[in-house]
Design a protein around this ligand. Structure first.
Ligand code: ATP
Ligand code: MG
Length: 302
């Protein structure tokens, strides 16, 4: 099985958007389940084992991140409805120390939030050094849902006269500069686009409608957005192309098979933290001497 693990590990590179490449979503299969490299019949077993391993690797890596306190990790999830952001976050984070992780979900902005520049509300939820911060939706909504619905820009009272290609290019530039700033200052960033197919979304919507316990997950607004599928695809393609940088690249994760999606996300995250080569902090000599003195004192206690 170890060999298969290595294979899955290498495979995840194929889901990274190489900086400078133009993203065409039709070239990414949302139903991918191992491909030729990993026959589907073993893929599921491998993915499940991988998830268990990576979740445990992640837990160890998180401990180091927390002890080292020099880096933070920002994990961004973007997706269309029903792609499985919530479930993926839940699975990947099992085993993590809750003191070292925060999850922020971003919905329609409030009046106060919209009265500030477009990165303001997200900034307040960034993880501090030592922490993992998960963004369930993020500032990317400002170039995704807002691009599909430019009327959402009206309350922002922006100086721009037109919301044309130049306007959106400038937003991408702002995001890239913001992320560069974060990385330069010790916040590592991993970005996931959970890529679901239109057919699978339909299946999951129907399941939400047909299963009383899942009814709460369905909203009529989701169906309205589904009608704008092509617009969303274009907005994603543009945003992923423009904002996959060497500091913070995107991963396009096939989301039709939840088990594959979760295994890939866990594997990429574990690899990312391990690549930081963090170490448990070592005490300076005089501090070690103080430890030895404290030990002696404790042992002398009657
Ligand atoms: P999810 O769909 O992620 O599981 P949810 O169903 O619990 O979350 P919703 O009420 O659907 O929550 O809230 C998310 C909605 O908020 C989405 O439709 C999203 O596009 C919208 N949203 C998020 N950020 C913004 C923004 N900056 N401007 C406008 N709409 C936004
Ligand atoms: Mg929703």
């Amino acid at each position: 099985m170890a060999k298969d693990h290595d294979r899955l590990d290498k495979l995840h590179r194929r889901f990274e958007v190489k900086p400078g490449t133009k993203v065409k979503l039709k070239n990414f299969d949302p139903g991918w389940a191992g491909g030729d490299e990993l026959p589907k019949k073993v893929a599921r077993t491998v993915a499940d084992a991988e998830l268990t391993d990576d979740v445990s690797d992640l837990a160890k890596a998180q401990e180091l991140l927390y002890a080292d306190r020099s880096r933070a990790l920002l994990v961004i999830f973007q997706a269309l409805d029903a792609a499985g952001k919530d479930g993926t976050i839940k699975h990947v984070m099992t085993g993590l120390n809750p003191q070292g992780v925060s999850v922020s979900s971003f919905k329609v902005p409030s009046v106060e939030e919209i009265s500030h520049t477009f990165l303001w509300r997200y900034t307040q939820h960034l993880p501090e050094r030592g922490m993992i911060g998960i963004f369930n939706r993020s500032y990317y909504e400002e170039v995704l849902v807002v691009r599909v619905h430019p009327e959402y820009l009206a309350p922002q009272k922006l100086p721009a006269k037109k919301f044309d290609d130049t306007f959106w290019r400038e937003r991408y530039e702002d995001i890239n500069a913001y992320e560069r700033h974060l990385v330069r200052n010790g916040t590592e960033i991993v970005k996931f686009f959970l890529h679901i197919s239109k057919e699978e979304q339909k299946k999951r919507f129907l399941e939400r409608i047909d299963t009383p316990e899942k009814n709460w997950k369905f909203s009529a607004a989701d169906l309205k957005e589904r009608k704008l599928w092509d617009d969303y695809e274009r907005a994603f393609e543009d945003a992923l192309t423009a904002t996959s940088t060497k500091e913070a690249s995107w991963h396009i994760i096939p989301a039709d098979n939840k088990w594959m999606m979760r295994a890939l996300v866990a594997s990429i995250l574990a690899a990312k933290i391990q690549s930081l080569k963090l170490k448990h902090p070592e005490l300076p000599k005089d501090e070690k001497a103080k430890l030895a003195a404290a030990k002696e004192e404790l042992l002398r206690e009657k």
